[in-house]
Design a protein around this ligand. Structure first.
Ligand code: PLP
Length: 407
């Protein structure tokens, strides 16, 4: 065990206001370190301006800061800065991307999705696909709870135009083998676009996009220590040059007359409207924070907490551990006979917070009952002693239920 557990809490001002709270819901949103919060305040107190507009003392400053931020994000993902589009988050990016990619498809083209995708990586494809009568296929998962790549490969043909999948599943917590999926696509249809929803991956595991090699990769800042309302949609250069901008408006054009419009080149034709500068700068600080700790340390520490909790819970007869032995920061449980929401309510009264009941994956599957789940998701500010407290309070709550059931 490294020393993350001892030191990290004090870097999160949230715990000054919520001293007793045990927060096991980082897959929903992470807490924010002080340097990120300070960066947002700094923007409004010191800079408060937009770039790509006028030439003055503030625009000079914001141009430099913007360049630094976008370079940092690009280096972190190991891509070119010209391949990054700012969004309001994963859902926002996935909606825009689905819309513009599907616009290029033909009737009866095929898209592959799967049963374990978050609503945000499912519904936009289905909805925008309706008009074009897109045919949808769905991947299967294997015994390790990962996308079954050989099954996926069989489903790809010359009509398969897009495959959109999670890097890390928000329920099962598994990391999918993006490199193998890319190989399968290349074998069967090189023109098929691989979209990866990285919402649960960035800030938890290494996300080197050069090695993973997706065509598009999306995530939200708020799940990786940055602010709400900012996200990234990476689009590989050759594709970015072929698709239309997500939005039109101020900032994305060189000139427009009633009969003629000239847009900027990529990626600036994607920069419409005032960008979310405090969000973008907070993302840059969040990356500093992650890099200082080291992504491998974060991954190992969170996985150690998951294993610890898994070990402590394995003998509870009322609990089924769904993602047993999966390397993850997420422990996914199903309650037998006892409503998950009641457990959440009772433990909530003891200041322990986690996700319960349903989740954003609603398609019925053989692995878990969507209405009965509990998700504990850990991050670097969590500690083993918090898991001990969770287990004790859970035991107390279950005692009450056992008495009621046996009456
Ligand atoms: C896998 C996955 N994709 C997409 C999203 C949507 O993210 P956001 O709500 O930040 O847009 C989430 C959020 O939980 C997620 O877990």
């Amino acid at each position: 065990m490294n020393n993350l557990d001892k030191n990290k809490k004090k870097e999160f001002p949230f715990f000054k206001e919520n001293k007793k709270l045990i927060y096991f819901d980082s897959a929903l949103t992470s807490l924010k370190p002080k340097l990120v919060i300070d960066e947002i305040t700094n923007f409004y107190t010191k800079l408060n301006y937009s770039n790509f507009r006028s030439v003055n003392v503030l625009s000079e400053k914001i141009n430099i800061k913007f360049e630094e931020a976008i370079e940092k994000i690009a280096n972190f993902l190991n891509v070119q800065k010209e391949e990054l589009i700012f969004t309001a988050g994963a859902t926002d990016g996935l909606n825009d991307l689905a819309r513009v990619l599907i616009k290029r498809l033909k009737r009866n083209d095929e898209i592959i999705l799967g049963d374990f995708e978050h609503a945000s990586n499912f519904l936009p494809w289905i909805e925008y696909g309706k008009e074009k009568k897109i045919k949808f296929k769905y991947y299967k998962i294997n015994e390790k709870f990962e996308i079954d790549v050989s099954d996926l490969e069989k489903k790809i043909n010359e009509k398969t135009k897009i495959i959109s999948i999670a890097h890390v599943f928000n329920t099962l917590g598994t990391t999918n083998n993006i490199k193998e999926i890319r190989k399968a696509i290349n074998k069967k249809n090189k023109d098929c676009i691989l979209v990866v929803d990285g919402a649960q991956a960035v800030g938890h595991i290494e996300t080197n996009l050069k090695t993973l090699d997706p065509d598009c990769y999306l995530f939200s800042g708020h799940k990786m220590f940055a602010s709400n309302g900012v996200g990234i949609c990476y689009i590989k250069n050759n594709l970015l040059n072929k698709i239309e901008p997500f939005k039109y408006g101020g900032g994305n054009n060189i000139d427009f007359q009633k009969d003629k419009i000239i847009y900027k080149n990529v990626p600036k034709n994607f920069y419409s409207g005032t960008l979310n500068y405090p969000g973008i700068f907070s993302l840059s600080k969040a990356i500093d924070f992650i890099e200082k700790i080291g992504i491998k340390n974060i991954e190992n520490y969170c996985n150690e907490l998951k294993n610890y909790a898994e070990e402590k819970l394995k003998n509870f007869e009322e609990i089924k551990i769904i993602n047993k032995n999966v390397k993850s920061s997420i422990l996914f449980l199903e309650m037998k006979n006892i409503p998950a929401e009641d457990i959440s309510y009772l433990l909530g009264r003891k200041n322990i917070l986690f996700r319960s009941g349903t989740n954003c994956v609603k398609i019925k599957n053989e692995y878990f009952n969507q209405n009965k789940t509990i998700r504990l998701s850990f991050h670097i500010y969590n500690e083993k002693k918090e898991i001990d407290k969770f287990v004790n309070e859970l035991e107390n709550a279950l005692k009450t239920f056992r008495k009621l059931i046996n009456k």
